[in-house]
Design a protein. Structure first.
Length: 174
């Protein structure tokens, strides 16, 4: 009986101690409490990639609306802070090849962004990242009968992942 009580006590201590993990970024930990509305104007595109700035802007707005308590608008007027983004470069590089045909089977898209979040009341920089780099691989079908352009869906996935990473960084203070 004594042994059973000791095991129960030990199990209770171990499970109650936990591992120390917690969900972070539930509320804004990095941004001042005075920030309630964030302006996200259209990102600037310094590349030749069609609509990448629209994909990124839309993804960032969606991420803010679904994952945070902030209101989002496109105009800086009437907002507490403004998030500006610039797509500095985007390029694709082949990473895998079919050894029989020599054709590319996987491509890696790499995007480089400049991100700045500024308080509209004080002018203080709340977040700054001049070289935010993100990568997204995608497969290229080798069967001409089933081939379809995977570049645009890969850019859309990349935009969603960049937005998720960016909003997480803003909320967690990285």
């Amino acid at each position: 009986m004594n042994r059973l009580a000791a095991w129960i006590c030990l199990a209770t201590l171990v499970t109650s101690a936990g591992c120390g993990y917690r969900i972070s970024g539930q509320a804004s930990q990095a941004l001042p409490p005075s920030i309630r509305t964030i302006a996200v104007p259209a990102f600037e595109n310094q590349t030749l990639t069609f609509k990448i700035e629209q994909n990124l802007t839309t993804a960032v707005i969606h991420e803010f609306l679904t994952k945070t308590r902030y209101r989002v608008q496109s105009s800086a007027e009437g907002s507490d802070a403004t998030l500006r983004g610039t797509v500095k470069s985007i390029y694709s590089s082949p990473v895998l090849f079919n050894p029989e045909s020599g054709r590319t089977t996987e491509v890696l898209i790499t995007v480089s962004l400049s991100i700045h979040l500024v308080s509209n009341t004080t002018g203080a920089s709340l977040f700054e990242a001049d070289d935010w780099v993100y990568r997204e691989p995608y497969q290229i079908s080798q069967d001409p009968a089933t081939y379809f352009g995977e570049n645009q869906p890969a850019l859309e996935r990349l935009s969603r992942q960049v937005a998720g990473s960016l909003v997480s960084a803003l909320m967690e203070g990285f």
